[in-house]
Every structure is written in structure tokens, then in C-alpha cells.
Design a protein. Structure first.
Lengths: 255, 302
């Protein structure tokens, strides 16, 4: 069941000048259940140049709170950074299909994120941990300041970091981290810039590890009606907002 | 509670509010947000004789108070619609209309013939105005002869209510409206999107994959309203108005301009319950103004 809700902003944090972490509650009742990898379409009020809602990944969700970590890259997302505690944020949620979480046999998941793409992996890691799985993370960024919420990830499992300039963790890309040749992983889940995810998929295919990726194509409705956010897949053009945003790597027409 | 029923040809509607093709999927996508009984009908995604993959991504660019799209009629084809989709939506408690598109008059007619056989589809909307496909759509909608040829072919294959959706990308939309009326259209709907483009100045490229797209949203409303006003005075058949309608007040402007019914399009993307809110808002406005029947305001503006 999808909902349109006026959520209340209870905490506004700025982990970096161009990021905002919004913690929201639902005055009308418990927060609806949401799966890791699903997303929220938020209405941006007060920006003359922003017409459409903005799709934002779920950083954390439980019955009390929903966390949205937003990278402020345009007028719409910058307007979201102006929200104050006590303000209302109109949200359409939960949308799309999330990551596959297996139950039963304990598995070792590797969650690989880059930039703001690490946001949904925190919630995924929490849910996987609750299911008894072992979870490890590779978090990538251009520089140390791009790697956020490290202390929260460390509560869930081993955290490995790469930065392009070497200011934190190993220097290089996420697919170059030394842990990849040292440990065995049963499943990879990734979210981040498309070139990074394509490199992760190449590594996963070469090493025979199943992998799910989360896409962020530009979208309007978020419901599968406008057909704007399509990705070419083995089934033809499909809506990222409805059939995704999480896809098995083998569904995508990536080399 | 005012009288909201309106008729378009033989199509009887509980409300003048419909949802526009291409903005409402097949209705089911909006089931969590809408009480379908409040609507006059839903017009499902543009359907063609053969499946179409549509245009490559990117297909959308946001604009001030609107958006451009170049989806290009992606749809699984009429046979898939009849066998797989129709059974899922035929019993929705509102009129379910199909928008029909094609690349030749024969294509249009064959597609319409398939849908004519579906008992619970009381009407079609003929799309002779899609700006996003090279081999059809708008090519027919920009000349009186082209528009007439498609309507003539479809009229022979289709005996239920036939609404023809007109392009605003023409010199005289009233001439096109008169041409399709003369071929037996039961109504016209207008406007489809206005052709536009958008440029990414950092990358120095056009944002849409095929360069151009159709503009929709509140920014087109004054243009649409002017055309509805003109067409309503040029033809005898009912006019269905659309273009940027986002509120009950917007819808009432179109009704006063002469539209018998209206369609809600891009506004569905911002709030999936908009169409119901507009239907309820019209009712409240009529009550507040002591209007017993919506027909009292249809075309009331001189």
C-alpha cells in the first residue's frame, strides 16, 4: 500500500555543507512499513524552478521515524536543506521494489556504495543484520569528506573505505579495495554513481557473485505511469520507479 | 451535491473529470489513491496495433511549472492490452477509455477494431497529435486532410463513442476540429502537448534523447484554455478540455470556456489523488455558488 503523507520534520542535520539529513515522523500514526531500496517522492515547496517531486532513498525507517539523506545538487534538493524542525514534508511512499533479503541460511552480504548512494545501504545493512546475516561494507568517495555516516555503518559490520585521493581508507575505486581478493562474499548490493555500479557489476560477474544494483534515472510520477525513467533491460524498456529501482545485474543490458 | 453528470456522445459520465492518457498508466497504479467512482472516466495509455519500445532515455526534462517528455508511445500493443490488461481493469467502477495511436489510417482502424470488440470499453480517444513519433501521430493531426483520413478510417471500424485528441502545434486548431467533426467524430479533446526543447548549457546538448518533446503542466494552461474556447465555438460536438489543469478552479475555467468534460494530466504526477480532489472540488464550488447542475456553467463565458 502506497501513501501520501504530510510528515513532520523532527530533526535537521547537516553532516556536510551540501548534505542534509532529515528525520521525519508521521503525526497521523505509525510510519508505514518500507523495504530497503524502496524510495520516497518528496514534494519540494518554495522553489520556483522545481516542478516535480524529488525521489529520495530511504536511509532508515522504523515505526517511529523515516530518515532521508539528501545530497543538495540542484535547486530542488537545496530547497530541502532549508527545512526547519517542525516543518511539514509531503511524501509519497513507499515506492518501487527494494533489495532481495534472503531468510534462513546465513549469508555474507557485501554492500558497496559511493557518495550519497551509501544512504540506502545503511537501512539495508540494519535489516540484513536483524535477519542474522553477516554484513560488510565498502564505502567510496572522491575524498574523506564524501564518506558519511561511517560510525553508523561500523555498528553493523566491517567497513572498508576507498577514496580517490587517498585521504581516507585505501586510495582508488571501490572495486580496487584489497578486501575483495581476501574474503568470500555470497551477495553484493550496490548503490551509487552509474560508472561505479557498472564497475561493481563487472567485478561481480568476473567473480561469480550475485549482485543487485539500484538505479536513479530521472523520473516524474514514481508510480510507473509516465514512462520517463526507463532503463533498457532484457525485457525491453522498463520503469526504474516501478520495476526497480533495484535490479538484478543480469536483468540489465550492461556489458 | 450538484448534478455532475455529463454525456459525450453515448458515453455517460458521473463527473466531467477524466484522467489524461499517458499520465495515469492503466489506472491500477493509482488504486491506492483514488476512489474511481468520483471520476467520469480514465483514459489509459496510448495503444498501438503493434508493441512499441518508445524513445531512448532521457525522455523527460523539467521546466518552470511544467515538463517536457518524449516517451514516444511505449506500449505493449493492442493484443496484449486486450488479453492481459483489459481483464484487470474492465471492472473498475468508472468508464475506462483507451487512447489509440498509429502510423497509418489502416493501423488506427485495425487497432480501434480490436477495442471495439471489448464490451466494457465505451469509448476511445484517437491520438492524432503525439509530437514524439516520426512515423505518425502528429503527422496526421497537423493537416485537415490527414486528420480527416484517420477519423474516416476509424469511424468505419468503430461504432462506439469516438473522441479525437487534437494537436496545438497547428496554425488553426478550429479548422482541424471542424474537419474531424465532418468525418463523424463524437467529440474532440484538446490540447495534446506543445512541442518544445531544453538545453543543458554545461554539456552543450539538448536534454531529450530525440531533441524535442511535448510540453505539459500548468505552464500550458492559458494556451489550452484559449484553444478550447475557440473550438467550443467552432463545432457542434462536445469538447473535452485539457492542458495544465491542476485544481478545481482550473477545471471550472475550462468548463466555462465551453468544455463539456476535462482531463487531468501532468498534475497526476505531483499528487496521484489530484483527479479525485478536482472532481470533489468542482462539486463543492457549484454548491457554494448555488449551481444545481454543472451544465449551467458549461460555456457560460461569452
Amino acid at each position: 500500500m502506497k501513501h501520501i503523507l504530510d510528515l513532520r520534520v523532527v530533526t535537521v542535520e547537516h553532516p556536510r555543507a551540501d548534505y542534509v539529513l532529515l528525520k521525519l515522523t508521521n503525526p497521523a500514526g505509525p510510519m508505514p512499513a518500507m523495504e530497503p531500496g524502496q524510495f520516497v517522492e518528496v514534494r519540494v515547496d518554495g522553489s520556483a524552478t522545481t516542478f516535480l517531486r524529488r525521489p529520495i532513498s530511504i536511509n532508515h525507517a522504523d515505526e517511529q521515524e523515516l530518515w532521508l539523506l539528501v545530497h543538495c545538487v540542484g535547486n530542488g534538493t537545496r530547497q530541502l536543506a532549508q527545512l526547519q524542525e517542525g516543518d511539514t514534508l509531503n511524501c509519497l511512499l513507499p515506492l518501487g521494489h527494494g533489495y532481495t533479503m534472503t531468510t534462513g541460511e546465513t549469508r555474507h552480504y557485501l554492500l558497496i556504495g559511493g557518495g550519497v548512494g551509501t544512504a540506502p545501504l545503511l537501512y539495508l545493512g540494519r535489516r540484513l543484520q536483524a535477519l542474522g546475516h553477516k554484513v560488510s561494507f565498502i564505502l567510496g568517495g572522491r575524498s574523506a569528506v564524501d564518506v558519511l555516516q561511517v560510525e553508523l555503518f561500523e555498528q553493523l559490520g566491517q567497513v572498508y573505505i576507498t577514496t580517490n585521493d587517498g585521504t581516507l581508507g585505501e586510495q582508488g575505486f571501490v572495486t580496487q579495495h584489497s578486501i575483495l581478493s581476501q574474503e568470500h562474499f555470497d551477495q553484493i548490493c550496490t548503490c551509487g554513481p552509474k560508472p561505479m555500479m557498472q564497475a561493481v557489476v563487472r567485478w561481480a560477474k568476473a567473480n561469480g557473485v550475485p549482485c543487485e544494483v539500484s538505479l536513479e534515472n530521472m523520473m516524474a510520477c514514481g508510480l510507473g505511469a509516465c514512462l520517463c525513467c526507463v532503463e533498457q533491460t532484457v525485457k525491453g524498456n522498463v520503469c526504474v520507479c516501478k520495476e526497480g529501482p533495484v535490479f538484478d545485474m543480469n536483468e540489465l543490458n550492461w556489458e | 451535491m450538484a448534478q455532475l453528470n455529463v454525456n459525450i456522445g453515448a458515453l455517460q459520465m458521473a463527473s466531467p473529470v477524466m484522467t489524461a492518457s499517458g499520465t495515469f498508466g492503466y489506472g491500477l497504479e493509482f488504486a491506492d489513491f483514488i476512489d474511481f467512482r468520483t471520476l467520469g472516466g480514465i483514459i489509459v495509455k496510448g495503444t498501438t496495433l503493434h508493441p512499441r519500445q518508445g524513445n531512448p532515455y532521457p525522455r523527460m526534462a523539467e521546466t518552470a511549472q511544467g515538463m517536457l517528455n518524449c516517451v514516444g508511445l511505449q506500449n505493449p500493443g493492442v493484443e496484449h492490452f486486450c488479453h492481459d490488461t483489459y481483464p484487470l481493469i474492465k471492472d473498475l467502477p468508472t468508464n475506462v477509455l483507451v487512447n489509440v495511436s498509429g502510423s497509418s489510417p489502416e493501423d488506427y482502424a485495425e487497432c480501434a477494431r480490436h477495442i471495439n470488440a471489448l464490451e466494457q470499453i465505451p469509448a476511445i480517444e484517437l491520438n492524432i497529435s503525439c509530437p514524439n513519433v516520426k512515423d505518425g501521430g502528429m503527422a496526421f493531426g497537423v493537416t485537415c486532410e490527414g486528420a480527416a483520413s484517420v477519423v474516416r478510417a476509424v469511424r468505419q471500424a468503430y461504432d462506439k463513442t469516438l473522441i479525437v485528441k487534437l494537436s496545438p502545434n497547428v496554425t488553426s486548431i478550429t479548422d482541424i476540429a471542424k474537419a474531424v467533426e465532418a468525418e463523424g467524430a463524437d467529440a474532440v479533446s484538446l490540447i495534446n502537448t506543445l512541442m518544445g526543447t531544453s538545453i543543458d548549457i554545461e554539456r552543450r546538448v539538448r536534454r531529450l534523447s530525440i531533441g524535442t518533446g511535448g510540453l505539459s503542466g500548468p505552464c500550458v494552461k492559458p494556451v489550452a484554455l484559449r484553444m478550447v474556447y475557440q473550438v467550443a465555438r467552432a463545432v457542434q460536438i462536445p469538447v473535452v478540455g485539457l492542458g495544465g489543469i491542476s485544481s478545481a478552479e482550473d477545471a471550472i475555467e475550462f468548463l466555462m470556456a465551453g468544455a463539456t468534460a476535462i482531463e487531468v494530466g501532468t498534475a497526476n504526477f505531483l499528487d496521484p489523488s489530484t483527479s479525485q480532489k478536482i472532481a470533489e472540488g468542482i462539486d463543492e464550488w457549484l454548491d457554494r455558488h448555488g449551481v444545481q447542475d454543472v451544465h449551467e456553467i458549461i460555456g457560460c463565458v461569452e
